[in-house]
Design a protein around this ligand. Sequence first.
Ligand SMILES: Nc1nc2c(c(=O)[nH]1)N[C@H]1C(S)=C(S)[C@@H](COP(=O)(O)O)O[C@H]1N2
Ligand SMILES: [Mo]
Length: 381
Amino acid sequence: VAALPFGHALWAATEASAQGAAGAAGPTTLPSGLIVRESNPVNLEFPFSRLEGFITPTSQFYVRSHFATPKLDRAAWRLRVEGAVERPLELSYEELLRMQSETRPVTLECAGNGRSFLNPPVRGVQWAEGAVSNAEWTGVPLAAVLRRAKVKRGAVEVVLEGADTTELKSVPRPAGPIHFARSLPLAKALDPSVLLAHQMNGAELPVDHGFPVRGVVPGWYGVSSIKWLTRIVVTEQPFNGHFQTVDYAYYERRNGLPSRVPLTTMQVKSEIARPAAGESVPAGAPYRVFGAAWTGDDADIRKVEVSTDGGRSWSEGKLLGKSARGAWRLWEYDWRTPSAGKQTLLARATDSRGRTQPMERDPDRDNYMITHVLPVQVTVR
Ligand SMILES: Nc1nc2c(c(=O)[nH]1)N[C@H]1C(S)=C(S)[C@@H](COP(=O)(O)O)O[C@H]1N2
Ligand SMILES: [Mo]
């Protein structure tokens, strides 16, 4: 693998060698094309090189589950709303569905997406580029449920808790089982775009995606979009649960002090779907480079620049469709391929807040938020 001007030689690896620990045989692929990263718990990757349309078909949407999948019964399911509220609630599935629902496209990206390209390797599921997908979600705004429960003055956060449980093995750990849970600051919880979703792409949620009801938090890493939602707790103190501050957190330097901060908003990022790493493309011919780009809340993608010469020169790609905040934007770039040889393609996105993908990995991000520009090496022949 050729050295690149910015000092990393990853991504160019083929699927098999990018697996690292998964071994030479490579991962299993399901009939839908999903790549099995782990089967127990279920962790399945969208084959990103098969990106076609704006909406990811449900059968191809990545799955990230930490513990055994809870099989919940619709009739017995209840959503409890408690804590710092005037009127604690217990909603049945029918009661929730009687409330006004909205439908919006939202991209979920796992904060560990792209982890297999880090060198040296870091802990966690070894995702390539497909722990990201975009679906149309239908659900009741969380804000409407919170209004019913009447949030007390002095409330600061809203914790969403799933029905799935585990006993942690690593220290520090509390005694006994814990649920998967994450909090949102009250202002984010009241943002009308945050949904308690009961449908995905026009059908009931599949069990792996959180049946019967999950949170969908646009613009935030997937971890906040709690599946198998059964409890909402409004708190008067910030929540410091395991998946809030120990895991799914990183060190941010504040006044020179590394401080533990929960992962929240997605960082600006683009990925090339085609050509795929290791692909051969015909020489001296037109080739449509194709991918997707996304960013965090309150911003849209403004441009995607593409380099087909390892970063020496850059040209603007074309953004496709319309911008939908919280959802990815597809893009393309018409490449006239050169004569035979190895070529390195790069894509770099910029959002409406002027934030551009970094060329270098920030080591403080440890095993999350992998957004630096990654090379895709292809053979022109
Ligand atoms: N209850 C629960 N919610 C969860 C998880 C989980 O393991 N349990 N995983 C989270 C993570 S890390 C991600 S990236 C998204 C993935 O959602 P998906 O499986 O529908 O793609 O769900 C989030 N919500
Ligand atoms: Mo995730």
